[in-house]
Unconditional design. Structure first.
Length: 429
């Protein structure tokens, strides 16, 4: 009988690095070579030299594991590659809160990317739109001829849309959208190849000149969504009642919904959770960032990517929706040794599942940030975790790092100059 797994690992942060790795290895079924990849920071410079140009070395980020995640009834340990303290802890804490409401629930659309073909100097743009749509089958056939393997997996070009931009700096333009189901790939290369292949057909149909032929990172046909319910009782702590915490979170959300200055920082906090998982799994975090912030502006006003509400029981309900063009094949996902292990730890079987998990992590990160902002302030927990970095920057090593950090936290003075003073005092002793 299969042993039921759990992402709840009480005291995970108190374990040594090797002990944590052992727990993760048991959860994910890692073999010894995969464990060594994580222990030894496993991107050989020879592999890096094949990934990008002009390689002179590698650059490491800490790889942490967020615990406690339950998504659609399935437990997950979440690999997160990030340099900022408190992010992994915050995600784990929010996921623990979410357990009391059954965890996160997610869904997503199909993995459809939008390729854009820009047509200029078109004599009759709106008439050309009709002609292009009349030739849709030919365009799709030519596009799919470029990637028979993708088509064999059930993907490929699905549809054609046409937009007329009749007031640009260079005059009217016809923009053709080629909708491509990329399945478990992010799909940039396949989409771009198809766009380039159909360009000459579109020029023939329109009598215009094609310039750009490239995918859009505003992947509105490739959305991931997550939802969570947090019982009010779960949010009570210290002198704050659950109702007070919820009211503070709703006030913070209302601020972000009304003010783009606040919305930008609100969404940055969401991306604190999303980017590290995207990076750990070898996906293009710049594309995800571009798509997320463009989607936040989709109504021509910059808005939060999450929504927070109170349900009829008085409990907190959060939701998120954003483009999530990630893949499990192609790019670094099959080349970078650590990325391959990270994907195994996640245990996802499709790009859509990965996208949904990432959306849930973004929602968790936002929950943790809003809870802190609405109650004790963001700096208390963040700076306590940051104190170890400050101590190390001051020259502390080994056990002294924690001694100096704890002293600064007790004093409420987490500064480089104070860390140096404490080190000097300790050396005098």
């Amino acid at each position: 009988m299969e042993v039921l797994r759990s992402s709840r690992v009480p005291g995970f942060y108190r374990l040594s690095v090797d002990e944590r790795l052992q727990k993760v290895g048991e959860f994910a079924g890692l073999i010894s070579e995969e464990m060594d990849t994580l222990r030894l920071q496993g991107l050989p410079v020879e592999v890096a030299d094949k990934m990008i140009e002009n390689v002179v070395g590698t650059f490491e980020l800490p790889l942490g594991i967020a615990v406690n995640f339950l998504i659609n009834g399935k437990p997950y340990l979440i690999p997160m590659a990030i340099e900022e303290p408190s992010v992994v802890a915050a995600a784990s804490f929010a996921a623990k809160l979410a357990l009391q409401g059954g965890g996160f629930f997610t869904n997503s659309t199909e993995s459809v990317m939008i390729g854009q073909i820009q047509v200029t100097n078109v004599p009759n743009p709106f008439g050309a739109k009709v002609d292009i749509l009349a030739s849709k089958e030919e365009i799709i056939r030519i596009a799919n001829d470029q990637d028979p393997l993708l088509v064999s997996f059930g993907g490929g070009a699905r549809d054609v849309e046409v937009r007329v931009l009749d007031d640009t700096l260079k005059g009217p333009m016809v923009i053709v959208h080629l909708l491509v189901d990329t399945k478990d790939a992010m799909g940039a290369n396949a989409t771009n190849t198809m766009c380039e292949a159909v360009a000459h057909v579109i020029e023939r149909i329109t009598g215009g000149r094609v310039y750009l032929r490239i995918l859009s990172n505003l992947a509105v046909r490739r959305l991931a969504r997550a939802r969570v319910v947090i019982p009010k009782e779960a949010l009570a702590f210290s002198e704050f009642s659950g109702e007070e915490v919820i009211e503070g979170i709703l006030e913070a959300y209302a601020f972000a919904a009304a003010d783009p200055y606040r919305a930008a920082t609100h969404n940055k906090g969401i991306m604190n959770g999303i980017d590290p998982v995207v990076i750990a799994t070898g996906n293009d975090w710049r594309a995800i960032e571009a798509g997320a912030h463009a989607y936040a502006s989709y109504t021509w006003t910059y808005k939060p990517l999450t929504v927070w509400e109170r349900d009829k029981n008085g409990d907190l309900v959060g939701s998120i929706e954003l483009p999530m063009a990630v893949g499990l094949v192609g790019g670094a996902t099959k080349v970078h040794p650590t990325t391959k292990v990270a994907i195994k730890i996640l245990g996802v079987s499709s790009a859509r599942e990965l996208a949904e998990v990432i959306a849930a992590v973004g929602l968790a990160q936002n929950l943790a940030a809003l809870r802190a902002l609405a109650t004790e302030g963001i700096q208390r927990g963040h700076m306590s975790l940051h104190a170890r970095n400050v101590a190390a920057s001051a020259g502390a090593t080994g056990e002294l790092i924690d001694v100096v950090a704890n002293k600064m936290v007790e004093e409420g003075k987490i500064r480089l100059d104070r860390a140096k003073e404490i080190l000097k005092e300790l050396s005098g002793e």
